[in-house]
Design a protein. Structure first.
Length: 236
């Protein structure tokens, strides 16, 4: 996980460095600001990729054989805003690999439950990435970059984000049904739902003043709550 995420984040900074340098919101980031060098970022990418592949190899042959596919999505996502407004869903698919991959690490074959959880992560990620992209509507249009907010505007995009997060919670409930979850699981899924409602309440009327709280803080809590749901379901 650490190797894969570091590869994805570092490569994204290189791929978007020219755009980041022209975007007032991102021009102070380390790479465009010259705080770190491109060579050092590439070194970080190569080391992290080695950690990722070595870890996949240490798990089992299925994970190792599938690791190049996961790496492809980790790198490919960074270019999708150049040609499709569905880039949010590509990011969602990239993160959705994680639950299924975690299941394969210990089972070597898939069942419906991890696939349902992966689908939930896809829609959850796409929903909050749409929120994040609302900050750059004007810049994306100017630079001819693709995003759902740039295509249809913030108001409609935030509506679709709410729909995606409704589907997310439905997927969490379906996952619980498939694993015959205990009541504690559904309590934490309810907490996830409440957090997502709160997230969208912060953006009421299309206001982006609290977008960082909505995008970073609230979704961080959702991930913790969902982790607790699954952990406590099997520990209580």
């Amino acid at each position: 996980m650490a190797g894969a995420r570091t590869v994805a984040m570092a490569f994204n900074r290189i791929a978007d460095s020219a755009f980041d340098a022209r975007n007032p919101r991102t021009k102070s980031r380390a790479l465009p600001a010259g705080v770190i060098s491109v060579k050092s970022v590439w070194a970080l990418i190569l080391i992290s990729a080695a950690v990722f592949f070595a870890s996949a190899y240490a798990l089992n042959s299925v994970c190792f054989y599938l690791s190049p596919l996961a790496m492809f999505f980790l790198l490919f996502y960074s270019y999708t805003k150049r040609f499709t407004s569905l880039s949010h869903f590509v990011l969602g698919l990239t993160l959705a690999i994680a639950p299924a991959a975690g299941f394969l690490a210990v089972n070597t074959d898939l069942s419906l439950a991890p696939l349902a959880l992966s689908a939930s992560v896809l829609f959850w990620t796409a929903g909050f990435d749409i929120i994040y992209a609302c900050q750059d509507i004007d810049f994306d249009r100017k630079e001819k970059l693709y995003s759902l907010p740039a295509l249809i505007g913030a108001t409609k995009a935030l509506f679709y984000s709410r729909v995606l997060h409704f589907i997310t919670i439905s997927g969490f409930v379906l996952t619980g049904y498939l694993i015959k979850a205990k009541i504690v699981y559904y309590i934490f899924v309810f907490i996830c739902a409440a957090l997502l409602v709160y997230e969208h309440s912060l953006l009421k009327g299309g206001s982006l003043e609290s977008v960082n709280t909505a995008f970073f803080n609230v979704n961080g809590l959702v991930s913790i709550a969902m982790f607790a749901a699954v952990l406590l379901n099997y520990r209580m």
